[in-house]
Design a protein around this ligand. Structure first.
Ligand code: MG
Length: 156
């Protein structure tokens, strides 16, 4: 059994046409900047999975210098990472994610995000949201951060 941890941050975009994607769900609010769809929740989770399996990090597998991943949906990233774990004979036991955002309110989306993430990775994913009490970059509403932990076990 092994543990993994992931962390990601994306800043809010100046482009009003960008959609906000969080936990594989379209959420109302200003979009985040990024090479992909900038889903910090999915990215933190994917990094936790890779870390637990000792498979490097998201930047290695999906470099933002590679046009192949330009605008890619995080559902695809998470699907590919899940397949990499399976190829390496690891099975996800569960994962837990904390999102740090002043806005938007995520409580109304929590169940849908947990369901979408759990379905793609094939194991329970729980999600909590918090603010940073107005402190720091998340508190100033400059971006959103996410932390994820997970446990994987060897497939026998
Ligand atoms: Mg990211």
């Amino acid at each position: 059994m092994r543990i993994g941890h992931g962390f990601d941050v994306h800043r809010f975009s100046d482009d009003p046409s960008r959609a906000l994607w969080l936990g594989l769900n379209r959420v109302e609010g200003p979009g985040l900047d990024g090479h992909s769809d900038a889903d910090v929740v999915a990215h933190a989770l994917a990094d936790a999975l890779l870390g637990a399996a000792g498979l490097g990090d998201l930047g290695t597998h999906f470099p933002n210098s590679d046009v192949r991943w330009l605008g890619v949906a995080s559902r695809e990233i998470l699907t590919l990472v899940t397949a990499k774990l399976e190829d390496a004979s690891w099975r996800l036991v569960n994962a837990d994610v904390t999102v740090v955002a002043e806005q938007p309110r995520l409580a109304p989306h929590r169940i849908a995000m947990e369901a979408a993430l759990s379905e793609v990775v094939g194991a329970p994913v729980t999600l909590k949201a918090t603010t940073s009490e107005g402190l720091g970059f998340t508190g100033r509403g400059e971006g959103i951060a996410a932390f994820a932990v997970c446990i994987v076990e060897e497939r026998i």
